[in-house]
Design a protein around this ligand. Structure first.
Ligand code: FAD
Length: 391
């Protein structure tokens, strides 16, 4: 594992960090550079480490991926270079788990090969995304085809994608967790419109845009249903659970990098007769950040270990999702404070990291919902006359 981690680190140092500024311009030259770096990563066998070899990746389980993703996540470009970025990573996982042989050949294979990109279209502007049981987009069967009508937004990456996976109500009379199904839709199907929505921290073109998508009488073959009718919510849970851990693994890289920048700057910068590192407030920030980052790391590794053992690790995932999102924001904020005005410029990666970090408290479930999940689970055990213990 250490050897593999070292290979990712060496690749990042040789090819990704030196190109960060060029990639951040997100122009045509940056797009060409992304393609070049992806080809190189693939040639070196550092490709799709979130997926097992039978799905076309180089993965060795969640725990190993947690270690690798901390390296990859140190720059926002890392996951794109190694083809393990959201939402493709989660889409690849559910296509591998629930797709038919034909769906795997048509959609999963080109996705893993890096020949296409995808989007996941669940959230809608008109109803709460935190409680997706109220979604309104519908799909009805007509002459062997699904006909989809609805309005989504935050369909990340849709502008650049070849296909999307759409959550739609197919069983309007069923229980609220059984009303929806997931359907694979080519991005160029007639009746789809895709409009990027500018989002804080995501300046983007195709690969990092968040899009408003309308579906007006969009027709796709009945065989594009992913899994069974009514399984949409279940598949979403299977996707979002590991997906949340993917995010936290990447955030660990961001936290660690911000922390290193903070420590170096504290030692170099002098004010009021000595280095910032000698001011107690700065020492407290360093100590608190070290403790918080290590707590996030251990919570993440524990959740990854449980997932590898076949456990859904719902409490662990929710716990680390809201805790790490807070730590991520706090550590980057402290690092910026230690850098003073420099921290707000583009001469360090901190300002861009800070702008992107804020979304972590909202996407894949806001903090409050994850706190609710954790506390409900704990209180249930007490209400049943027992006590809650982490196993
Ligand atoms: C950068 C980014 C990328 C995204 N990518 C995708 C994507 O690819 N595909 C996709 O489908 N969606 C995506 N989303 C959407 C995201 O998952 C939703 O924004 C999120 O689930 C919250 O839904 P909402 O925005 O509708 O907020 P709402 O549901 O309206 O909630 C608003 C606020 O209400 C509060 N709240 C909600 N429930 C509770 C509660 N039980 N207790 C206390 N307070 C509560 C929270 O503070 C919450 O922030 C993305 C979002 C962002 C920011």
């Amino acid at each position: 594992m250490e050897e593999l981690k070292g290979r990712y680190r060496a690749f990042m140092e040789a090819h990704v960090y030196p190109n960060e500024a060029a990639l951040s311009r997100e122009d045509d030259a940056a797009a060409a550079l992304v393609s070049e770096l992806r080809a190189q990563a693939k040639a070196e066998g550092l490709w799709a480490p979130h997926l097992p070899p039978e799905a076309g990746g180089t993965g060795q389980g969640f725990l190993v991926y947690a270690h690798l993703n901390e390296e990859i996540g140190r720059t926002v470009w890392g996951q794109l270079v190694f083809n393990c970025q959201a939402p493709d990573a989660g889409n690849g996982e559910i296509l591998h788990m629930f797709g038919t042989a034909e769906q795997k050949e048509r959609f999963l294979a080109p996705l893993v090969a890096g020949d296409t990109r995808s989007f996941f279209s669940m959230t809608e502007p008109e109803v709460s995304g935190a409680d997706p049981t109220g979604l309104r987009t519908t799909a009805r069967l007509d002459g062997g085809e699904w006909v989809i009508d609805g309005h989504k937004w935050f369909s990340s990456g849709a502008e650049d994608a070849g296909f999307g996976i759409v959550m739609a109500v197919t069983e309007p009379d069923a229980d609220r967790h059984r009303r929806m199904s997931q359907i694979i839709v080519p991005a160029d199907a007639p009746g789809i419109t895709i409009e990027p929505v500018p989002v804080m921290g995501h300046r983007g073109r195709g690969w990092s845009t968040h899009c408003e998508v309308t579906y007006s009488g969009v027709r796709v073959p009945a065989e594009n249903l992913l899994g069974e009718r009514g399984d949409g919510f279940l598949i979403a849970q299977k996707r979002l659970g590991p997906g949340r851990i993917h995010h936290v693994m990447r955030w660990l890289g961001q936290m660690q990098r911000a922390f290193e920048l903070m420590c170096r700057r504290a030692l170099e910068r002098e004010a009021f007769g000595g280095p910032l590192a000698e001011k107690q407030t700065v020492q407290n920030w360093i100590a608190d950040s070290a403790a918080d980052i290590q707590a996030c790391r251990l919570l993440t590794l524990e959740a990854a270990h449980k997932i590898d053992r076949g456990d859904e690790a719902r409490v662990e995932i929710s716990l680390v999702k809201f805790f790490a999102a807070r730590v991520l924001n706090e550590v980057i904020d402290r690092a910026i404070q230690v850098h003073g005005g420099l921290g707000l410029t583009d001469r360090t990666p901190l300002a861009a990291m800070w702008a992107m970090a804020r979304g972590g408290r909202i996407y894949d479930g806001p903090d409050e919902v994850h706190r609710m999940v954790v506390s409900r689970r704990i209180l249930k055990d007490f209400a049943d006359g027992g006590t809650y213990r982490f196993s």
